[in-house]
Design a protein around this ligand. Structure first.
Ligand code: EPZ
Length: 420
């Protein structure tokens, strides 16, 4: 297994190119299931989760051809409708194939994704919405068995909670359903917006894009002609590198980034003392010498994203004062805390609230990644820790960060990928 060895350097400088968004790429790859043509997707990130979903589609009979940072997906040859446990267990976002496959073929079996390190991660809202659209669903031997022999019918769906992949799943199911589907309390994340924009541009009329109420006019089973498109930049990867600039007090420029997707993250970094120069496609961070403490509550977009919580917690260990971070979306998303404490951070947990007494010096040691964003928090801590920090189990990191160590090395960090 690989691990990252990190040694502190004086500071970083230079440009980092932001890759396409993992969490936009996954629903967009699933969306090819409703296409009648082969779809050309540009700016895909080179991360494990994308490969996993493409492998799943290939296993179902689709044709996937990779060339550099783009992929051509043709699902006209798709014949299987069972997403098996061996793949789904490695990537729970495989649930995104349920809506489109059920809408297109009238039946689908998907292994229950099960929980993951950060929480139980139920999919009850996905299933309840599909049942409202006329599907018959039962859970047997760890699999979701869904049938809709007469097709799915549009209706009004009110999500009890805002769910990102739940919204994406139902948007894709509704695209092929008969009649109109209204989703109330829809997710407004940029990744969901891009999915809706591409479907809308391809003839699936969608109203309310970017709002909490989406109205999808179904094609009544007619597959869709989808033009080539490019995946939006990864706002969480971008936020992670902004935190790298802030924690090391380094001026860094991110390129190929969309600052409009980072409003709440930029605002919190400004509160902590950084300033920014922003152009159409770049963000330059001008960090402050003294990092100010912060109060953060994670919520759905456009509020502060849970996927940036771990990175800001690492940054808060270097603030001059006490920070409070409350995690409201997932029940177990503080596993980076115990590893940061082992590096010398002064953090206390009370339920889903972390109190960070900043200003402590961090010491490098062996630490273990537990989930995707926790891994990046440990890397950030390693950039400012004395001595050597070895981050183990970085297969978590490889799920969602495209060439992280190469991008950091290119701006002067001392980060090496080594073998255990
Ligand atoms: C997406 O996960 C992202 N993953 C996550 O990013 C992100 O943390 C999360 O949204 C929240 O922003 C992808 O887009 C692939 P949810 P998702 O459904 O869709 C509860 C990363 O690091 N819920 O919006 O699975 C759920 O338990 C990953 O890139 C139900 O109760 O999250 C949670 O408390 C981690 N029932 C809340 O809703 C359901 O049926 C939000 O979950 C669905 C969700």
């Amino acid at each position: 297994m690989d691990y990252l060895q990190i040694k502190r350097v004086k500071s970083l400088s230079g440009n980092i190119k932001i890759s396409g968004a993992k969490n936009a790429s996954l629903p967009l790859i699933a969306m090819t299931i409703v296409a009648k043509n082969s779809v050309n997707i540009k700016n895909l990130p080179h991360v494990a989760d994308i490969n996993t979903l493409l492998k799943l589609l290939s296993n179902l009979g689709a044709y996937c051809e990779f060339c550099d940072d783009r992929v051509i997906v043709d699902t006209s040859t798709l014949t299987q409708t069972k997403a098996t446990y061996d793949i789904v267990k490695t990537m729970r976002a495989s649930i995104l194939v349920l809506g489109p496959i059920l809408a297109r073929f009238g039946h689908c079996e998907v292994s229950l994704p099960g929980g993951c390190a950060i929480g139980q991660r139920p999919v009850d809202l996905h299933l309840k919405a599909l049942e409202q659209m006329g599907a018959k669903i039962n859970i047997e031997a760890g699999y979701i068995h869904a049938i809709a022999p007469n097709g799915l019918k549009g209706c009004e769906i009110i999500f009890d909670k805002i769910t990102v992949t739940g919204t994406a799943n139902i948007v894709m199911a509704a695209a092929l359903a008969s009649g109109e589907t209204t989703i109330v309390n829809a997710a407004r994340e940029p990744e969901v917006v891009q999915l809706c924009e591409i479907l809308n541009a391809s003839g699936v009329k969608i109203e309310g894009i970017g709002t909490a109420v989406l109205k999808i006019h179904g094609t009544n089973g007619e597959l869709v002609d989808i033009e080539e498109f490019s995946v939006i930049p990864d706002r969480i990867e971008a936020g992670t590198y902004l935190c790298a600039g802030a924690i090391t007090r380094s001026e860094l420029t991110l390129t190929h980034v969309n600052s409009h997707h980072l409003g709440s993250v930029l605002a919190k970094l400004e509160e902590m003392g950084s300033t920014f120069t922003i152009t159409q496609e770049t963000i330059t961070i001008h960090p402050s010498k003294v990092i100010k403490p912060i109060k953060i509550v994670t919520q759905e977009y456009p509020a502060f994203p849970t996927d940036m919580q771990a990175q800001f917690l690492a940054l808060a260990t270097q603030a001059k004062g006490t920070s409070i971070i409350e995690e409201k979306l997932f029940e177990n998303r503080f596993m980076h805390v115990s590893e940061l404490q082992r590096m010398g951070a002064d953090i206390s947990l009370n339920g889903n609230v972390a109190t960070i007494n900043g200003g402590t010096k961090l010491s490098g040691t062996d630490v273990m990644a537990t989930d995707l964003r926790a891994s990046s928090a440990l890397v950030l801590a390693g950039l400012v820790a004395d001595g050597i920090t070895n981050v183990h189990r970085i297969y978590h990191l490889d799920r969602g960060y495209d060439a992280l160590e190469k991008k950091l090395e290119a701006v002067g960090a001392n980060v090496k990928r080594l073998k255990e």
